[in-house]
Design a protein around this ligand. Sequence first.
Ligand code: ATP
Ligand code: ZN
Length: 226
Amino acid sequence: VDKNSQRLTIAIQKSGRLSKESISLLQACGFKFSLHEARLLAHSSNQPVDLLRVRDDDIPGLVMDGVVDLGLVGENVLEEVRLERKATQLACEVQRLRALDFGQCRLSIAVPKEEAYNGIQDLDGKRIATTYPYLLQNYLQQRGVAANNAILTGSVEVAPRAGLADAVCDLVSTGATLEANGLVEKEVIFRSQAQLIQRPEPLSAAKQAIIDQLLPRIDGVQMARE
Ligand code: ATP
Ligand code: ZN
């Protein structure tokens, strides 16, 4: 990515729960793209705009570092990366432009259904499997609970049965995955939806003009959906 490019660069999730709605929102706002499955970069054919298609976990850092101008990402990932980068003294500022009306989910702590649970204190000294160690530690610390994070990058929900952890802290939307794994949701630690974020430093007038045109269109699209 050329940082000095006059084309506005927008990072979106390449493939996953945010991809389709990210693309359809941008298309509804008037940007035309033809996407090729294998390609990282997609140029708009009617605007000086490029899409960069990456893993959602990479989006906040790319925006915070100013490698891309805008990003569409879940607040859960945004906040986790912000806490991680703050702790490691990396740039962690972004401008939040809009909350988007998709990607709703919550990050929750769940325990095996056969375990008694009388409150967060019961987790003291326990192992909790998660891919969100910073959000989880932040929540536990504020409540004076010293649990151990077992950091897993996937299959968090099977960790208790596999004997890897006593509880999980994972994303939930319907709860069906928890239920299927014999887990019961006990604490909601973070509620999330997708966000449009912008790099912290001011943009060129040409790029800013595109954003000034984009934001009211997003508002219009979202209003029409309500
Ligand atoms: P990637 O390969 O890009 O890292 P991923 O597996 O981390 O993908 P997805 O499962 O596609 O991510 O979820 C992307 C985002 O979608 C989540 O971080 C969250 O913000 C949102 N989301 C919405 N509903 C759910 C859900 N039911 N379960 C998980 N994530 C959800
Ligand atoms: Zn991810």
